[in-house]
Ligand binder design. Structure first.
Ligand code: PLP
Length: 228
């Protein structure tokens, strides 16, 4: 197996024109394929299994910018904090507190994105609009105390559907939520990252204001059924 270099180069140039960051999602794919993209200049990679990420990280160059992109269990945070640069998909205050605690121990400030549940049909992790509102305003003081966490923005996944208009409306709703909250600074910094769009829907996401896409199968080929 080998990565699709043409797809990578074409995606890269499309995204550059729009000022959108590409996170190459390499879950289930071997380090040799990650290195192929690395040699083309790619530095941001996303993984969503903690054990797999740790194994790969130890074998790969240290200037890779690792993103954790899935649902993260509180007890696994400590393994990621030493090397991960952005945790995409924080879905509870409890998890934020644990990240803060571990980051403080490691004497660093860790970037996170809050995951918002935008897909109306599926059960996916994340805050809904009212929970986000609640976190932001009711827990404002608690958030301010998390000095070792930098909430850089929001992340969301649209429904798995071929209905482009549905996908578009979900991304649009996330963008509105982002705009509504981006004005208020936490610990002096505002949200600037809106992570939305994957292989099948990144074009719509970019049209709707994404600043970061997470693309896997378009670059690396399909994953097997057992490893979604
Ligand atoms: C797997 C995954 C992706 C990438 O999906 P593709 O369809 O392969 O591009 C993006 N975001 C998250 C959270 C994922 O788990």
């Amino acid at each position: 197996m080998t990565v699709n270099k043409d797809a990578y180069l074409s995606l890269k140039s499309q995204l550059q024109q729009e000022n959108v960051q590409l996170v190459a999602v390499s879950k289930t794919k071997p380090v040799s394929e990650i290195m192929e993209l690395y040699h083309l200049g790619q530095r941001s990679f996303g993984e969503n299994y903690v054990q797999e990420l740790m194994e790969k990280q130890s074998q790969l160059p240290h200037d890779i910018d690792w993103h954790f992109i899935g649902h993260l269990q509180t007890n696994k945070v400590k393994y990621l904090v030493p090397f991960v640069s952005l945790i995409q998909g924080v879905d509870s205050l409890r998890l934020l507190r644990e990240i803060n605690k571990q980051a403080e121990k490691a004497n660093k400030v860790l970037g996170v994105l809050l995951q918002v549940h935008i897909a109306r049909e599926e059960t996916k992790f994340g805050f809904d609009a009212s929970e986000l509102q609640h976190l932001w305003f009711k827990h404002a003081e608690a958030l301010q105390q998390l000095k070792n966490v930098h909430i850089k923005g929001l992340m969301g996944m649209a429904s798995l559907t071929t209905d482009d208009e549905k996908i578009r409306s979900e991304f649009r709703a996330l963008k509105q939520l982002f705009d509504a909250h981006a004005g208020q600074a936490i610990n002096g910094s505002r949200m600037s990252v809106l992570s939305m769009g994957m292989s099948s829907d990144y074009k719509i996401a970019v049209q709707e204001g994404s600043t970061m896409v997470r693309v896997g199968s378009l670059l690396f080929g399909a994953r097997s059924q057992n490893n979604p």
